[in-house]
Design a protein around this ligand. Structure first.
Ligand code: TRP
Length: 338
């Protein structure tokens, strides 16, 4: 039996190189050895995009296209849409009773997001509660492994608290605790060198960007403002071109000798940027071609099949949860199951 792994993305735009380095590559690797579920977390995205729902809706197929383009195989990975599985929302209702308001308010990731999003005094209840909904995602599939970034650790911790509390209160062991798997790669910096690559900061290279646009973005990449003449010694630390070469060039030795030369002086930004451009073009061309070969109907069909499969798993867990609480009224008396 393969272990169940679950990850999710909020569909709020196309995926970029930061996603490729941070999660997509490891998902492609994992799909052959894990029973992998990949969720389009549109319900979660709506907790802060509720007024901009069009963006979430329009991103769903784009993100699925990105998944397939990088090599996720729907035969090996179950790709599904959160909102189409109401069982997940139902679980959330039962879990909400097991979490205090102050516990939710203490979540460091949520706290940071609330500050960043400037909700002020009017934090939507749905937003504050999304970690509970995430616990439903994780437990519904009895995921053992949840590959995530560091910011998601508080979510896994809360999920495990809910599992223990539920099992204790209702004298059951139907819910399983999960373990976070931190991704090895650090966050990819944005092309401006200021923060992590992100859509909202407009500093990312997207998997769907044209060859011309990629070349243009590489041209504008932040290097070392003090490196003026080729003979000047340059800074490798904080140099975006090197950060991207580290993440995407496959010859480590070559890069480390370039770093040496750069810091001693004698290596120009133009040469470096041209090497990075070649590297990224080689990486992105097959992804772009695969992406362009996909049509809407096939993408919908793929997530329809995946969602149905995921739904039947979630239904089973919900049935166990309701049985433990004792609220499967009609099923029991009508003897519909087993
Ligand atoms: N909160 C995650 C993020 O912002 C997305 C997510 C939703 C998720 N449900 C999940 C991740 C379940 C792992 C497991 O990236």
């Amino acid at each position: 039996m393969r272990k169940v792994a679950l990850t999710g993305d909020r569909p709020t735009g196309n995926l970029h190189l930061g996603h490729l380095a941070g999660s997509l590559r490891s998902r492609v690797e994992m799909q052959s050895s894990f029973d992998q579920y990949i969720m389009l977390a549109d319900v979660q995205a709506l907790t802060d995009y509720f007024e901009n729902s069009r963006k979430v809706v329009d991103s769903i197929l784009e993100v699925i296209a990105d998944y397939l383009a990088v090599g996720l195989d729907p035969e090996l990975s179950t790709i599904f849409i959160q909102s189409q599985i109401p069982e997940l929302s139902e679980l959330t209702m039962y879990y909400m009773n097991l979490v205090s308001l102050s516990r939710l308010e203490r979540n460091p990731t949520v706290k940071a997001e609330i500050a960043q999003k400037k909700f002020g005094e009017s934090v939507p209840a749905g937003f504050l509660c999304y970690p509970i909904s995430q616990a439903s995602d994780i437990t519904a599939f009895k995921a053992e492994i949840v590959p995530v970034g560091e910011d998601q650790l508080p979510m896994i911790e809360l999920s495990n608290e809910i599992v223990r509390r539920f099992n204790r209160i209702y004298h059951t062991n139907c819910l399983k605790e999960s373990t976070a798997h931190l991704s090895k790669t650090t966050r990819l910096v944005g092309i401006d060198g200021k923060a992590k690559a992100s859509k909202s900061l407009n500093n990312a290279i997207f998997l769907s960007d044209s060859a011309e646009l990629v070349a243009q973005k590489v041209q504008t990449m932040y290097t070392d403002p003090g490196h003026i003449k080729i003979s000047d010694p340059g800074n490798v630390e904080g140099n975006v071109v090197f950060a991207y070469l580290d993440a995407f060039h496959d010859n480590e030795e070559e890069i480390s000798s370039l770093k040496k030369k750069y810091s001693q002086g004698g290596l120009g930004d133009t040469v470096l940027k041209s090497l990075l451009n070649d590297t990224l073009q080689k990486l992105l061309q097959p992804i772009r071609e695969k992406r362009e070969s996909l049509n809407k109907k096939d993408l919908l069909e793929i997530c329809y099949v995946g969602t149905n499969k995921a739904k039947s798993v979630a239904q089973k867990t919900l049935y166990e949860v309701k049985s433990a609480i004792g609220i499967n009224f009609f099923d029991k008396s009508l003897n519909r199951r087993n």
